[in-house]
Design a protein around this ligand. Structure first.
Ligand code: 6GU
Length: 267
């Protein structure tokens, strides 16, 4: 996978990407990264790339021509026109499915905006995908571009070791990950759940699955509606309802969670 990033802050992208697992993958040749400083393509050669918005209003707008020149110079050098992802809160919301799809590409260009926005005409000319990373506003596209590059890279062969690729599988089967514990067995009076020390792999697997179901119910109930639930999953969820109001009510379901579960299990 070859990443190209058009940005006013190349050092931000490079310092973020040359660290940890992604840094190792770049050093190992599984990924490549090239940043292009849009400022190097300013019209006047003085580094200015923004101007006032037509129609008035607060803030400045990044001009079309410096971005277009930076883009054209890049595509001439690499000899192809890859997909161009523009990072914007107005875009489609990024998710694991989109990451899997983009990971099939050989090359990706990311365009990071700043200030109040980018002249719409250059977006119409070069952008293939408008993408947001969620419903909140950031100061620029650099962090969102790095978020996307990180999650896409995880699916590129060679980027993760065999051990790493088995980890962090939240969303892989539509449920959130179960809790993890390491030594010591007791920490500040808190015990590791006994089943994890039992050596009974069947019971450990069942407990982890139940914890995934419980976490998903509590934090992301809408994911439960789309998850594939088998008979044992449903039996566990039913047991949460049956416990309600009794002394063994350790999972502390709220009235809302209870209502949601009752409806889910009725289907
Ligand atoms: Cl892609 N850009 C900016 N500036 N803010 C965002 C975003 C993108 N996604 C969520 N918030």
């Amino acid at each position: 996978m070859n990443y190209y990033v058009l940005t006013l802050f190349p050092e931000m992208i490079e310092s973020g990407m040359n660290t940890s697992i992604i840094g190792r993958a770049i050093a190992g040749g599984y990924l490549s990264l090239e940043t292009v400083n849009i400022r190097d393509y300013s019209l006047t050669g003085n580094g200015r790339i923004d101007d006032y918005p037509y129609g008035g209003g607060a803030g400045m707008v990044m001009q079309a021509e410096p971005i277009y020149r930076a883009y054209e110079d890049l595509v001439q050098r690499i000899g192809k026109r890859p997909r161009v992802v523009y990072l914007t809160p107005q875009g489609r919301v990024f998710d694991q499915h989109m990451a899997e799809e983009l990971a099939q590409e050989e090359d990706l260009i990311f365009l990071c905006g700043h200030y109040e926005g980018v002249d719409e005409r250059v977006l119409e000319e070069i952008v293939t995908d408008h993408v947001s990373i969620g419903d909140y506003v950031l100061t620029g596209g650099e962090l969102p571009a790095m978020v996307m590059m990180d999650s896409i890279a995880r699916m590129v062969p060679g980027v993760l070791s065999n051990q790493e690729s088995g980890q962090y599988e939240s969303f892989q089967d539509g449920l959130l990950e179960y809790p993890q514990y390491s030594r010591p067995e007791e920490w500040r009076g808190k015990q590791v759940p006994p089943v994890l020390l039992s050596g009974h792999h069947g019971n450990v697997d069942r407990w982890r699955r139940d914890q995934s179901l419980l976490r998903t119910l509590k934090n992301r109930p809408e994911l439960l509606e789309r998850a594939e639930l088998d008979k044992k999953d449903r039996r566990y969820l039913q047991s949460l309802l049956d416990e309600e109001g009794t002394q063994q009510d350790a999972n502390g379901l709220t009235a809302e969670e209870e209502k949601f579960l009752a409806k889910l299990l009725a289907i």
